[in-house]
Ligand binder design. Structure first.
Ligand code: GUN
Length: 297
């Protein structure tokens, strides 16, 4: 029976260290680290993510310059807002919540954010620097997964890691991080073109599910003793809940937990880590803006 990894507790510890870094920067440089989260439209899941980010900002003692825009805002208006925030020295990080409405080109929007303020780590400059191992903002969810593994004491060095899902936000960057020298894993990145997926996932010491479909990872796909990290956050209808839905991951949790050595739950697994790493990146952006290099952990 697996140890259930308490992502909320590990995230709490990271956020506590960020909060003391925020206080240190303010004391030494008189600067309050500040993030602007831009939400376009009223997708319920996005609203819930953005609310979580705003709560974490307040808890970390950071300034919050979040902006909510209507779903029909034009691409030009959004780009103009980003240009304004790029030039505003009191804003250190800019995050545009994805997905964006269909009439807006997400790539153009991501490219418009100054790499020094791109705390999501989605700008090609940051992704490129990450690939070659130079200093960059690391995308928050993959960084959170690595932090969970390290803080839990799961051995990545020499491990066989299998990631299911090749999104730009999770799967692709995570494959780079896990195969880098700091993790030193041997990585296989699976996707819709993968033949015989269960045969590959059964080889994993570390299995990461980042597909976005409930229950795609079943117990027969897991090697006994594997560490299973579930990045999926899926809303499934549940009439017993006030909201009418419950959250579930990509992994068949009840069956897989009998077979794995470690498993993350949904919620309270990877999700809180994403927010914690966003707070970390925002502090880092503020420190970089003032050439302050003392905050380290
Ligand atoms: N939508 C889902 N995950 C993310 C994320 O990490 N960053 C942004 N900006 N949007 C998201």
């Amino acid at each position: 029976m697996a140890v259930v990894i308490d992502g909320a507790e590990i995230a709490r510890r990271v956020k506590e260290r960020v909060a003391s870094g925020v206080a240190e920067l303010e004391k030494e440089k008189g600067v309050k680290a500040c993030l602007s989260v831009i939400l376009v439209g009223d997708d319920p899941a996005s609203i819930s993510y953005v609310t979580g980010k705003e709560k974490a900002l307040a808890e970390a003692g950071m300034a919050d310059r979040s902006v909510r825009l209507p779903a029909d805002v034009s691409q030009e208006e959004l780009l103009a807002l980003i240009a304004e925030l790029n030039e505003d020295d009191s804003v250190h990080g800019i995050l545009v919540q994805l997905p964006l409405p269909g009439h807006i080109d997400s790539r153009k929007v991501i490219m418009a954010i100054k790499p020094e303020k791109d705390v999501d780590g989605f700008h090609p400059v940051n992704l490129g620097n990450m690939v070659i191992g130079s200093r960059s903002f690391i995308p928050c969810t993959p960084n959170g997964v690595v932090k969970l593994l390290k803080e839990t004491g799961i051995q990545t060095d020499g491990a066989r890691a299998v990631i299911v899902g090749r999104s730009n936000i999770v799967g692709k960057p995570l494959s780079i991080l896990l195969s880098g020298r700091d993790c030193n894993s041997t990585v296989t990145l699976c996707h819709t073109g993968t033949r015989n997926l269960p045969e590959i996932t059964r080889q994993a010491d570390i299995l990461v599910a980042a597909v976005g479909r409930p229950g795609v990872i079943t117990a027969d796909m897991v090697k006994p003793g594997a560490a299973v990290i579930d990045v999926g956050v899926n809303r499934v209808p549940d009439s017993s809940k006030k909201s009418g839905f419950r959250l579930t991951g990509d992994v068949d949790f009840e069956a897989v937990k009998e077979k794995a050595s470690f498993i993350t739950p949904v919620p309270k697994g990877v999700g809180p880590m994403t927010i914690a790493m966003l707070m970390y990146n925002t502090l880092e952006a503020a420190c970089l803006a003032y050439g302050y290099d003392k905050v380290r952990f």
